[in-house]
Design a protein around this ligand. Structure first.
Ligand code: GLC
Length: 550
């Protein structure tokens, strides 16, 4: 049986629950694609504000918003031209203020995205560095270098951009500058004290605006190895890989985070920071969340794990073990705006985080629902990417002419398929862009999304939306489900079945493609596919997670 509880009421007021972030469910809003209040086809802050009650009812603790700052949008806002201004396409600072206040009134916390690895090429410093010529002192705030070769016609080293092509672009005066991402995203030189000063000031600006935390973009990239050494024969990094590189995960980054932690701690109400750090191992990730550094780091090893019991158990154990010595909570994430949604990843044979085929949708959704119940039963903090609560798949057949991901243009055939997970949310069964806004949507939605809309799923106990609502509500009610730092694996399970106990609770996960009979560990309280225990036994259907009260 599948039990659905009413959505929780009476959230704690932000600031009253000590360590609120340790077991928080944090919902990622991608502002372009969440809700469009002014009908220009592009989401905006007023749209987000209008939908905050939906997020309160979903039961999440906090909302992380991808960047909404002034930006030429060369990388969907991850190219910031002014860190203290809102892009007119998203609204104004007054809209941001209203959104933060409304969120707090509803008991929701707000986490904003901070992009410190690079600025936009339209950032004041970079424009002046270019316009004032080679002797400009502002050039030292970036990585400008002379080229190699007889006339400096070759890039200073062999690094490639993560979006494809060389990581260096030559200016009109012949010097080169470094950009690990698009040429419109020049990397900052964090050895220059003005850079650190500026970001401390930006942190304070948003903390004074009342935000509850920051998601640190490319947190592993700020410091580059001394002398910018060639990578030689090493295979160049693909988008968001976990390899060791002289431009990623250098030990020097930690000093920066120690200084930021001091600032966060000066403010009341437990302001937090979460690192987007793609590192080779979870042990390296743990360095970012030592007690005097950041609070959380995304667990990308978990995100990249295929739907396989042994692999899942291993990554859960390793993740919990890595966090224990530093006292930070583990985090769990299945989808975000950079990877193929998990409903589509699990619809295909295992193959990394960038999948281009729709695969077997029914299978993908079934596994996605099971994977979500597993994630929400683990101790620590969980991240939910907008639309996964509707079971949205990636849109794998977007026509080339609507694509905007910069890596699509720089590296056709490599990555560049991130637009597929960024298609605007369907809110209603009919209407322009299914309730996203009154003026269409910047990426086309498939017709089948009418049936996946919030309106279509609300109140239907079999829907994915109601499954998420029930799971998040139960997570609050079952004491300590998100707390703690370990799980107790139950022995004697058939191959492909995971079972673990938490206080008063058991979670069973059948990752196999066939039904499996086990002894019922307790009273079924929630299941990703309906189950009917009888005579102390239960048949777990294929690809199904069940929560048990014991
Ligand atoms: C991060 C963001 C991604 C962006 C990149 C460059 O990985 O999540 O969307 O393209 O940084 O800022």
């Amino acid at each position: 049986m599948t039990q659905h509880l009413a959505a929780p009421t009476g959230h704690s007021t932000p600031g009253t629950h000590t360590g609120w972030w340790r077991d928080a469910v944090i919902y990622q809003v991608y502002p372009r694609s969440f809700a469009d209040a002014n009908g220009d086809g592009m989401g905006d802050l007023e749209g987000v504000r209008s939908r905050l009650p939906y997020l309160r009812d979903l039961g999440v603790d906090a909302v992380w918003l991808s960047p909404f700052y002034a930006s030429p949008q060369a990388d969907a806002g991850y190219d910031v031209a002014d860190y203290r201004a809102i892009d007119p396409m998203f609204g104004t600072l007054l809209d941001a203020d209203a959104m933060i206040r409304d969120a707090h009134d509803l008991g929701l916390r707000i986490i904003v995205d901070l992009v410190p690895n690079h600025t936009s090429d339209q950032y004041e410093w970079f424009k002046r560095a270019i316009n004032d010529g080679p002797s400009s002192p502002l050039r030292d705030r970036y990585h400008f270098r002379a080229g190699k070769g007889e006339n400096g016609e070759l890039p200073p080293n062999d690094w490639e951009s993560i979006f494809g092509g060389p990581a260096w672009t030559r200016t009109a005066d012949g010097s080169w500058y470094l950009h690990l991402f698009a040429p419109e995203q020049p990397d900052l030189n964090w050895e220059n004290p003005a850079v650190a000063d500026e970001f401390r000031s930006i942190l304070r600006f948003w903390l004074d605006m009342g935000v509850d935390g920051f998601r640190i973009d490319v947190a592993h990239g700020l410091v580059k190895a001394e002398g910018l050494p060639d990578i030689g024969g090493a295979e160049q990094l693909k988008l968001l890989g976990n390899d060791v590189m002289p431009f990623f995960d250098q030990d020097g980054v930690h000093e920066i985070y120690r200084s930021w932690r001091k600032i966060l701690d000066e403010y009341p109400g437990e302001r937090i920071a979460v690192a987007e750090a793609w590192t080779p191992t979870v042990e390296r990730t743990a360095n970012y969340v030592r007690p005097d550094e950041l609070h959380q780091a995304f667990n990308f090893q978990y995100l990249g794990t295929p739907w396989d019991a042994d692999r899942l158990r291993e990554v859960i154990d390793v993740s919990l073990a890595a966090m224990r010595p530093v006292g930070a909570p583990a985090t769990w994430v299945l989808s975000n705006h950079d990877v193929t949604r998990h409903a589509t990843r699990f619809a295909n044979p295992p193959g990394g985080t960038q999948i281009r085929t729709a695969g077997d949708r029914e299978l993908g959704l079934r596994r996605a629902r099971a994977a979500t119940l597993l994630m929400l039963a683990l101790p620590g903090s969980a991240y939910v990417y907008q639309g996964e609560e509707l079971g949205l798949p990636d849109v794998t057949d977007l026509p080339d002419e609507v694509r905007q991901d910069p890596s699509f243009f720089r590296a056709a055939g490599q990555d560049g398929f991130r637009d597929g997970c960024r298609v605007p949310i369907p809110w209603t069964t009919t209407g322009s862009s299914y309730g996203f806004g009154s003026g269409g949507s910047w990426l086309p939605q498939p017709d089948s999304w009418s049936g996946l809309s919030v309106q279509a799923q609300s109140g239907d106990p079999a829907s994915t939306l109601e499954l998420y609502r029930s799971a998040i509500a139960l997570r609050r009610e079952l004491p300590g489900l998100g707390a703690g730092e370990s799980v107790d694996w139950l022995p004697g399970m058939p191959a492909g079945v995971l079972a673990f106990a938490r206080p008063g609770f058991v979670c069973t996960v059948n990752t196999t493609g066939r039904a499996v009979r086990i002894a019922a560990p307790g009273r079924a309280v929630l299941a990703s596919t309906e189950v009917t225990p009888a005579d102390g036994e239960v048949v777990l259907p294929e690809d199904t997670t069940v929560w048990w009260a014991v």
